[in-house]
Design a protein around this ligand. Structure first.
Ligand code: ARG
Length: 466
């Protein structure tokens, strides 16, 4: 292992406790910020060049060295393994000095690890936010694909997990599409607040060198620069917001997971999951388990935990930077990894669902899911809705006793409850009419769902904003 020289050794005479050194180190995880930190270093170097703090030759040398490190990291599998560096920032600085010598010792002029780490984390998270947005889109696409494949399929819709009213299967798919659409909009909001440059804040008070912060921001693609140096180095709101946006994504995926798991049971029988995303049992030969979706559902807990860890870590911190904030990395990394993986697996699962349209349709016509239609039918014949509801309820009770569905009752039997009921009631109670009548924007009428599907496609092709 390469023994790294400490960045801050001058003031110290005693040796550090071994356990504390290990405890204090973040390189074991923050090496993931390497490329982002190199970008930050390159831009800072350019800022120092513009401010004439570095000569053009020195700046060139440093930048060549930084690029060389980037190359090495891409080639060498053990690039990060073989170091005792305290964190990724000291790692880069000491490696740079190894390559370019004295010029490398000048890179840290006018900056602190405090504004450096905030910059690197923002750069990293900006990229990952874009990656998550891509994954969201892909999951949305798989929902729309599935919906289009089964445009006429019908599901029983539930409230309280009790059969309520029939819906189109595509309508169910599009409900998740909407959730993910909001998630994407939320991410792009978070991205704006991630995309602010802290560099130039130095340790806490602002850099003492005439660095053009706006130019550095431009070089790094930041839309704004931080307005207060204390806030710049101690703000991790963007990490919290990212975790909160991810927590909602996970909430949505966990609901999708639950529906899929439930609908794939023998009891429901609406879905069949392909072998590609299922597992067997070590004991029970007949089992085919939806582990994929169970893990998605379960992993939501990690992301919620990360959100809570970040909030708790920040709460009550005195101004400005505190080492507590080193704890942000693992929470943010794990939030990204978990959410990306879960989005990916969910999209894969959606591509591996077989909808058992017959079973779903039979379920949608059993259990009086058209009772509301009967009440509506009566209310259209001038029975006040409350009275119509009461009458329909009584007829349902009668049908239950007779062990038939509403549309299987004789007209004469129904007329005993109300003479307003006529032969056209059967049409009103039909599955087709039940769906057709929900002809309102956002409703499950086939016409509306078709329109919603078209809009969803347009959204995916980027022709509509969120
Ligand atoms: N590894 C540290 C972190 O993640 C970098 C900043 C350290 N700054 C300091 N003054 N100790 O927060």
């Amino acid at each position: 292992m390469n023994e790294e020289k400490k960045l801050w050794g001058g003031r110290f005479t005693g040796a550090a406790d071994e356990n504390f050194v290990r405890f204090n180190r973040s390189f074991g995880f923050d090496w993931r910020l390497f490329a982002a930190d190199i970008s930050g270093c390159l831009a800072h170097c350019e800022g120092l060049r513009r401010a004439a703090v570095l000569t053009p030759d020195e700046a060139d040398e440093i930048q060549a060295g930084l690029n060389k490190l980037l190359e090495q990291s891409a080639k060498d599998q053990n690039f990060f393994a073989d170091s005792s560096a305290e964190d990724v920032h000291s790692f880069i600085e000491s490696r740079l000095i190894e390559i370019v010598g004295d010029a490398g010792r000048k890179l840290h002029t006018g900056r602190s690890r405090n504004d450096q780490v905030a910059t690197a984390l923002r750069l990293w998270l900006r990229e990952k936010t874009d990656e998550l947005a891509d994954e969201l889109r892909d999951a949305q696409k798989s929902l729309v694909d599935l919906a289009e494949k089964h445009q006429t399929a019908i599901l029983p819709g539930y409230t309280h997990l009790q059969r309520a009213q029939p819906i189109l299967f595509a309508h169910w798919c599009l409900s998740y599409f909407e959730m993910l659409k909001r998630d994407a909009a939320r991410l792009s909001e978070v991205r704006k607040r991630i995309n602010v440059l802290p560099l130039g804040a130095a340790a806490l008070a602002g850099t003492a060198y005439p660095i053009d912060r706006r130019a550095v921001a431009r070089d790094l693609g930041f839309e704004a620069i931080s307005e207060n140096s204390l806030d710049a180095v101690s703000d991790r709101d963007f990490a919290v917001e990212f975790a909160a946006a991810a927590a909602l994504i996970m909430t949505h995926l966990s609901r999708l997971a639950e529906d899929v798991i439930l609908y794939a049971t023998t009891e429901f029988g609406f879905f069949e999951l392909s072998d590609a995303i299922s597992t067997g049992s070590s004991l029970m030969p007949q089992k085919k388990n939806p582990d994929s979706m169970e893990l998605v559902r379960g992993k939501s807990g990690r992301v919620f935990g990360n959100l809570m860890a970040l909030l708790t870590m920040l709460k009550g911190l005195p101004m400005a930077y505190n080492k507590d904030m080193q704890e942000d990395k693992e929470a943010v990394f794990d939030t990204f990894d978990t959410t990306r993986d879960c989005l990916r697996i969910s999209a894969t699962v959606l591509r591996n669902i077989k909808v058992r349209e017959d079973a779903a349709r039979s379920a949608a016509v059993k259990g009086y899911l058209n009772a509301t239609e009967l009440a509506d039918y009566l209310s259209k014949k001038d029975v006040p809705f409350r009275a119509a509801h009461e009458l329909a309820g009584k007829i349902v009770l009668y049908a239950i006793a007779e062990k038939v569905e509403l549309n299987e009752l004789d007209l004469s039997a129904m007329r005993k409850f109300s003479v307003k009921i006529e032969a056209d009631v059967y049409d009103a109670l039909s599955l087709e009419k039940t769906l057709e009548t929900k002809n309102v924007t956002g409703g499950t009428a086939p016409k509306q769902v078709k329109k919603a599907l078209r809009q969803a496609r347009r959204f995916l092709s980027g022709k509509t904003a969120g």
